[in-house]
Design a protein around this ligand. Structure first.
Ligand code: ZN
Ligand code: ZN
Length: 266
């Protein structure tokens, strides 16, 4: 599971080279957060079976929506999805995500190929969207152009998906409040503090991403039960990621780095 750009190859195969896509199941309800290139794999895992649910977009950087045209369930007329996401730069979720499928960027338009029933709805910070017994809420985090983190509450359990967030502003406090007591916090840990500050490369300050050290700090202040590092740098090899997991576990023994295809049962 990598951020920013897919990173296939033998050095990233263990944690996975696809970009963000997280599925949350609450009873019969299915929620999918972002359709990065991982969405293709999720669609294939469900090949042939009917599939419906809610899809939430955090924001519209390429790595979070490029899987849409390759998410096979949208080609099946039996399927139905409610697609939700923020309005950015005056453009609603449908306009932005379908807009990537046009010449000269893409060979076919969504109108030409999508067969599932798709309902598009705006979602903004402060909105509360019940889905069956689950409740989805959102918080703006610190990322260029804006970004929503999402929280799902269901029968006393909670998961927070906070990808693409740069630490170091008062948004951290709001995120800690938003994620308070969650069972799982999936958090942007693209860099180490050294990388972030420019040791051995360009400083990454202002690029919109966080560090594994900030991940541990925010998870602890928010009193979350399990921290999952996410949005791994595409240049980070699996071996380097193992070393980061070892270090973060000194601070939080339960912490781990998200792996493609990983399932967590709560
Ligand atoms: Zn990203
Ligand atoms: Zn982004």
């Amino acid at each position: 599971m990598r951020g920013s750009i897919p990173a296939p190859g033998s050095t990233t195969a263990r944690y996975g080279g696809n970009t963000p896509c997280v599925e949350v199941r609450c009873g019969d309800e299915r929620m999918i957060f972002d359709l990065g290139t991982g969405a293709r794999v999720l669609g294939e895992a469900n090949a042939g079976a009917p599939m419906s649910g809610h899809i939430f977009f955090t924001h519209y950087h390429y790595d979070h929506l490029q899987g849409l045209p390759f998410f096979s369930p949208v080609f099946d007329p039996r399927n139905r999805f409610t697609i939700m996401g923020p309005t950015r730069h005056g453009r609603a979720v449908r306009d932005v995500i379908v807009g990537q499928m046009q010449q000269p960027y893409f060979p076919v338009t969504a109108e030409m190929v999508f067969r599932a029933q798709l309902d598009y709805r705006p979602f903004a910070e402060g909105d509360r969207h019940p889905i069956g017994e689950a409740l989805v809420t959102a918080l703006e985090v610190n990322h260029p152009g804006g970004n929503l983190s999402y929280r799902v509450d269901y029968r006393g359990k909670a998961v927070v998906f906070a990808t693409d967030h740069e630490h170091g502003t008062d948004r951290d406090r709001q995120l800690e409040k938003f994620a308070h007591g969650a069972d799982v916090l999936i958090y942007d840990a693209m860099y180490s503090e050294d990388e972030y500050r420019g040791k051995g490369g360009p400083p990454r300050i202002g690029w919109g991403h966080s560090t594994w050290q900030a991940a541990a700090k925010i998870a602890t202040r928010a009193k979350v039960k399990q921290l999952l590092l996410y949005h791994h740098d595409p240049a980070r090899t699996d071996v380097a990621l193992d070393a980061i997991v070892k270090q973060v576990r000194r601070l939080r023994p339960e912490a781990s780095a998200a792996r493609e295809g990983q399932t967590i049962q709560l």
